[in-house]
Design a protein around this ligand. Structure first.
Ligand code: SF4
Length: 735
């Protein structure tokens, strides 16, 4: 019913990394309806249930509208200017007493591009600390290190259009039906349209994706490493290698092995790799015959051979999808490398339909975290370790180059460990909820609550993270401000302010600007409230000049439902490294992997190594965690949308029916999940939407009433520093 709606205005959806275009219906100054944007090539008018109901997340009763400050242990409302004064003075005092690296800012892949940009400019450029991190470290850092080690440059070479061209889809530990439902629908539509399309779900538990797939293959946790190597073994054994491609465009490498699960000397780890010959690589794969790998992985050798044949058959166009299942992995970088190995051996890459495609979870994990570079080692389009990148940043930011520290400081897990130790005394948390999402949560919650720690939280609703705050700043939600996101397929998406924020709420960008000016950085933050997003965007674009990264001008972004970079001479780039599409290719060949000095993509010999913690006699189950379609992230918004909340009102533990029978548990009965780190009591779900294999349980993390991260393990991939939320050992008790 469109009655009473006075305008429909375009925006990207603010939930997942798919980046669907929506039209927001406005009536009486309120956002009252959503429909899919038919002009957006991502979703062509379709949304999922979160998108359709997204604007209701603006209007729940307990919306934070006033600043609050802790006084004598109680949070009391204060004028926002007073709260901002306090934030600035605490920041200054902490640096004076404890040094520049005692302050930190922690944001997210839900930060807009301007949010992340001003955070980085203030902390890295003006204050001189590299203590800038974002929760995307917890969800896609392994994808970045995977891209960097294989291609020397970040972000997917393909685009969503691959889904219309491919006829084989292989989802690697990726429940797309729930996590990327609109993309999943596009794949299903392709299968309906054409007779030869197959979807193979390769996963550790049976999900809605497995249900809809043509074939479901289950593997034991962590053994995806072994299976990927076995696929490569089979491709070589059957001579399905695309020799023209391999000889021209690939080089072979080996890295360090037995690399542990997260070293304290966390930036000492380097994996530059060592050249090996194809013969040495082939020799390495001898340990991964399908028959040997069947014993490790539980995947029948015939299924491994079938997967290899799909990749190897030159008549098939194959797209592989993955997301958290591969990235939240103590060998996350390696498994990303290994799936690229498969595509590179058969030359199925960078052409329509042939695509190893790493999806993101959050709306601007790519735009803000990867492109702006809101990670400790990063700068916009560069890294702090590189002198040229520091000089460019100093020039654009108008700060002395000596301000920018060439050494990274703390990645996310280390940042919260530093807060626990007292090396960090001040932390500003924006647009994320770490007191729900940090693995081994109790350690980090206790750390944040210690005396002499000062925690500032900018958010829209009360959460377990605002519970530990000393200052709460009310934030504007996405369409209550102007901003930009960047989705999984290198698409930058602009949105205008559509409605007013409530009370004293303001954008995270403007909060940072207010604090920066109080600290005396007026010259670096000179913008006015009327057009600061345009000015910030045009300044930020300077970092990306050149054919490899060129971003679209503000005016173009305002008009269109997203633009894919590199945007060169008015043209978007759909397939990188392919000179037919990518203007950055200059080597005169049919592909140019220009991210690497040898202009080749790297195949890595990466072994199977076991998980950091596996079930044993005492803790005999695997615990796997993740999401459901109805809820976004920690549920702080979607649990306040009645239709989504009523659909899945609380978290649960998914059990295999035989395990449930052995425990004597029926649907809805309470189960205690115990690990070496903590325990939770949670209702059982049997034969629900997902079925784990025997010996595994699954818990979604959206519900703050059942904090599954009390139980999870904070081991991480030593290359990407991304923790593994998909596997640790637990035992179960009926309560
Ligand atoms: Fe929003 Fe993602 Fe759903 Fe699209 S698929 S409507 S971006 S939540």
């Amino acid at each position: 019913n469109n009655s009473g709606i006075v305008s429909w205005q375009k925006s990207p959806c603010r939930f997942c990394g798919t980046g669907c275009g929506i039209l927001v219906g406005v009536s009486g100054g309120r956002a009252v309806a959503v429909k899919g944007d038919p002009n957006c090539s991502v979703n062509k008018g379709l949304c999922c249930m979160k998108g359709y109901h997204s604007v209701q997340s603006l209007y729940a009763k307990d919306r934070l509208t006033k600043a609050k400050v802790r006084k004598n242990g109680q949070m009391v409302e204060v004028p926002i200017q007073e709260a901002l004064d306090l934030v600035a003075s605490k920041l200054k005092q902490t640096i004076e007493s404890h040094g520049k690296d005692s302050v930190a800012i922690y944001g997210s892949g839900q930060w807009t591009i301007p949010d992340g940009y001003v955070a980085s400019k203030l902390f890295k450029g003006c204050l001189g600390t590299n203590n800038v991190e974002a929760n995307a470290r917890l969800c896609m850092a392994s994808a970045v290190t995977g891209f960097m080690t294989t291609f020397g440059i970040d972000e997917p070479m393909g685009c969503y259009e691959d889904m219309d061209h491919a006829n084989v889809f292989i989802t690697w530990g990726n429940n797309m039906a729930e996590m990327h439902p609109v993309l999943f629908s596009r794949m299903i539509a392709n299968r309906k349209r054409r007779s030869n399309v197959r979807i193979i779900d390769f996963a550790t538990r049976f999900t809605r994706t497995s249900q809809a797939a043509d074939m479901s293959i289950l593997f034991k946790p962590q053994t995806d490493l072994a299976v990927a190597n076995a696929i490569c073994y089979e491709i070589i054994r059957n001579d399905w290698v695309n020799w023209n491609f391999v000889n021209e465009h690939v080089s072979f490498h080996k890295g360090k092995t037995n690399i542990g699960y997260g070293t304290e000397d966390h930036f000492a780890f380097q994996d530059k790799g060592e050249n090996i010959s194809f013969a040495e690589y082939k020799q390495f794969l001898e340990d991964y015959t399908p028959e040997k790998v069947e014993k490790i992985s539980g995947v029948p050798a015939k299924d491994i051979k079938y997967l290899a044949a799909l990749y190897g058959d030159p008549s098939q166009k194959v797209t592989s999808f993955w997301c958290m299942g591969m990235n939240q992995h103590t060998r996350g970088t390696w498994i990303n490398n290994l799936v690229y190995n498969i595509h590179l051996l058969v030359g199925k890459i960078s052409t329509p339909g042939n695509s190893p495609f790493s999806l993101t979870g959050q709306p601007s994990a790519c735009g803000t975290v990867r492109e702006v570079g809101t990670l400790t080692h990063k700068l916009p389009h560069g890294v702090v370790m590189n002198e040229h990148d520091r000089e460019m940043a100093a020039r654009i930011w108008d700060v002395p180059v000596t301000n920018i520290d060439p050494k990274p400081t703390y990645h996310t897990v280390e940042m919260f460990r530093a807060l626990d130790r007292g090396d960090i005394r001040f932390i500003w948390i924006q647009v994320t909820n770490p007191m729900v999402t940090m693995p081994n949560l109790r350690r980090y919650r206790n750390g944040a609550q210690k005396d002499d720690r000062f925690v500032v939280v900018s958010d829209v609703y009360p959460t377990p993270t605002t519970d530990v705050a000393d200052v709460i700043l009310p934030a504007a939600m996405w369409i209550e401000q102007e901003g930009l996101f960047g989705n999984s397929e290198r698409r930058t998406q602009h949105f205008a302010q559509i409605v007013d924020p409530p009370g004293d709420a303001m954008s995270d960008t403007w909060q940072i600007i207010e604090v920066a000016r109080r600290l005396g950085f007026d010259k670096q933050f000179p913008w006015s409230e009327e057009n600061y997003i345009e000015k910030i965007w045009e300044e930020y674009r300077l970092f990306h000049a050149g054919p490899k990264h060129e971003m679209a001008p503000y005016k173009v972004l305002r008009e269109r439902s997203g633009v894919q970079w590199p945007f060169v001479n008015g043209k978007e780039t759909r397939w990188r490294f392919n000179p037919k599409h990518d203007p950055a290719c200059t080597n005169g060949k049919d592909f140019d992997f220009y991210g690497k000095k040898d202009n080749r993509a790297w195949i890595w010999a990466r072994p199977y190594e076991p998980a950091a913690e596996s079930p044993d006699d005492e803790y005999n189950f695997w615990l796997n965690t993740g999401r459901v379609i109805e809820h976004w992230h920690t549920g702080s918004m979607t649990r306040r949308i009645p239709v989504l909340h009523n659909a899945v009102p609380s978290a649960y533990v998914e059990l295999n029916p035989e395990d449930a029978a052995e425990l004597g548990v029926v649907n809805g009965e309470m189960v205690r999940i115990i690990s070496r780190r903590g325990q939770i009591i949670i209702p059982a779900q049997i034969n629900g939407r997902g079925v784990p294999p025997r010996g595994m349980v699954f818990v979604p993390f959206f519900d703050e009433s059942y904090l599954v991260n009390e139980v999870t393990l904070d081991a991480f991939c030593p290359i990407s520093k991304q923790p593994d939320y998909k596997k640790c050992a637990v035992r179960l008790e009926k309560v």
